[in-house]
Design a binder for this molecule. Structure first.
Ligand code: ADP
Ligand code: MG
Length: 238
């Protein structure tokens, strides 16, 4: 089976701190993979390395079958942890900007902006300046901008952080819909339980190491736990 993303034995330090310690990860086509770990565990660094935005000290990455490149980066849907939005522009103008970079023509842009705004429930806020947006609205607009060119591969860094439960649920329903349409998604989160159920496989990251990976129910069986976060404790004690 084709693996849209493969990371092999990735190591990364910042000064003396080991941030990724021999991480290997394979994303299967058509799955939702949850990269789960507490704040500071190395999620964002790993995602950036997989995208080619950050260089590993050692190890290798295959992104869409090749070494990471700018063209591969532009073909996928990336949502950074910190929202990269233009505050002085309206939500519509932000989406129009990202859609233009992706080379969508005017008519297509308009159509896609309406579609993605609806998907993230911002269709009534498109004319507002982003400076007036709440944190949750900014997150949803960032997500919309990652969707606008209909990518097949998504890397989403904490897309649901700061969203209220109802909207979180809707966003996960959206991920399921994208998956059904053939997309592959890797999503990071530090909020565990209610999000894990939506993932086909998860990887538990702590102190730069993948402690365990697999389907959530398989992991619960393997480690004899009723809650996946207990695996962190088991590994901590080991
Ligand atoms: P997470 O996304 O899981 O919160 P990060 O990958 O952002 O984790 O960070 C992992 C560790 O690496 C943290 O201790 C963080 O402070 C450190 N770190 C991340 N980026 C840098 C950087 N550019 N320079 C120095 N330290 C960094
Ligand atoms: Mg992070």
């Amino acid at each position: 089976m084709f693996a849209p993303i493969k990371g092999n034995h990735l190591k990364k330090r910042f000064k003396k701190q080991v941030v990724l310690d021999d991480v290997s990860i394979t994303l299967h086509e058509g799955e939702i993979y949850g990269l789960i770990g507490p704040s500071g565990s190395g999620k964002t660094t790993l995602v950036k390395i997989l995208l080619g935005l950050e260089k590993p000290d050692s190890g290798s990455v295959e992104l869409l079958g090749k070494k990471p490149s700018l063209s591969a980066f532009f073909s996928l849907g990336y949502m950074a942890q910190s929202d990269a939005l233009y505050n002085e522009l309206s939500a519509y103008q932000n989406l129009d900007f990202f859609a233009s970079i992706q080379g969508l023509n005017r008519k297509k842009r308009k159509q896609r902006i309406m579609e993605v705004a609806k998907l993230v429930d911002l269709q009534n806020d498109l004319r507002k300046n982003v400076s007036q947006f709440s944190g949750g609205m900014r997150r949803r607009l960032s997500l919309a901008s990652a969707l606008v060119h209909e990518p097949k591969l998504y890397l989403l860094d904490e897309p649901t952080v700061g969203l209220d439960p109802l909207i979180r649920k809707e966003i996960w329903a959206l991920f399921q819909k994208l998956k059904k349409e053939g997309a592959t998604i890797i999503v990071t989160t530090h909020v565990m339980m209610d999000e894990v159920v939506h993932c086909d496989r998860i990887g538990l990251l702590n102190h730069g190491k993948i402690l365990a990976s697999g389907a959530p129910d398989e992991l619960m069986e393997k480690y004899h736990v009723s809650a996946l976060e207990d695996i962190f404790l088991i590994k901590e004690e080991a």
